[in-house]
Write a protein of this length. Structure first.
Length: 298
């Protein structure tokens, strides 16, 4: 695989003396270079929006969002996937992260795994990938065989596909329905795509899952009303969410949250619609989980 033409592999002319810089100067330079990550994402927002629409459509069909990647890219997809259940009360099967080499690759390198396009197809078959799903392939270089093979398999079964790469004109872009190309440029440390490229990919993952969940009624205003209060911090957050959303005091919010079985969204509807837990659940079911519609605010 020839990587010499990739900007993510090119030396950065601004950092040729990196090993001789005072720490303060080194950090300032890294900080300056890191600003390219959000700028690169901003330039690709139209494509990110297209990807969000694919994910929303897939979820409405009962399909899943599946992240696929190797190394840092795979870990970033997994990170986004595992954060969705506590943040949005999704089932762990709704957003899935697959990484070349399996779960062992989360904490250690699995040599050669990313170079096997067949392995990705096997991993996707293992989760029963079908036409209702959408696969997001993450690859900084834009030509990781594991990701290419996975996207090709996804298309062969009729699943929607998205490619996220950090090189313009990436090979992977031709293997997906939507191509998100992030021009992050050469890294401060040559070829270390856990830096700017990783940051840009993380920003895109944040957008894909968050925007899709907002469109799916998992958010009321800017409040995560589907948060799972599974520890003391989250219980406190849930109470504050209920109080803010319903415009009530902390004691009322806490009592209603308890009556709602610990479900902030249900508690909010109970307070705003002045109804019981059972009635709130019925309203939410009829409104597709959307608080505004459930309380007649739309």
């Amino acid at each position: 695989m020839d990587l010499t033409s990739l900007t993510t592999e090119a030396p950065n002319p601004a950092t040729t003396n990196l090993d001789r810089m005072p720490v303060a100067d080194l950090l300032a330079l890294m900080n300056a270079e890191d600003r390219r990550a959000p700028e690169a994402v901003a330039a690709a927002l139209p494509q990110v929006a297209e990807a969000v629409e694919l994910i929303v459509a897939a979820r409405r069909r009962g399909g899943r969002l599946v992240y696929l990647g190797a190394g840092t890219s795979g870990r970033l997809g997994l990170l986004d996937a595992v954060e969705c259940p506590p943040t949005f009360d999704t089932d762990p099967t709704e957003v899935v992260g697959l990484i070349a080499g399996g779960r062992r690759a989360v904490t250690e390198a699995v040599e050669g795994a990313e170079d096997d396009p067949v392995l990705a197809a096997e991993d996707l078959r293992g989760i029963g990938l079908g036409p209702d799903d959408v696969v997001v392939g993450l690859t900084a270089s834009g030509r990781t065989p594991y990701v290419l093979g996975g996207l090709d398999h996804a298309r062969s079964v009729g699943a929607a596909t998205v490619a996220v790469a950090c090189n313009v004109g990436a090979v992977v872009s031709t293997h997906a329905d939507v191509a998100i190309e992030l021009d992050t440029g050469p890294e401060v440390l040559t070829g270390s795509t856990r830096l700017k490229a990783g940051t840009a990919q993380k920003l895109v993952c944040n957008m894909l899952s968050t925007a899709a969940m907002v469109r799916d009624g998992k958010v009321f205003g800017n409040l995560m009303v589907d948060v799972r209060p599974t520890n003391a911090k989250l219980v406190d957050r849930a109470r504050r969410i209920v109080a803010t959303a319903a415009g009530t005091d902390a004691a009322t919010a806490a009592a209603t949250l308890e009556a709602a079985g610990g479900q902030p969204k249900v508690a909010v509807v109970m307070l705003l619609a002045c109804c019981s837990r059972v009635a709130a659940l019925d309203r939410l079911a009829e409104a597709g989980g959307r608080v505004r519609e459930a309380v007649g605010m739309s």
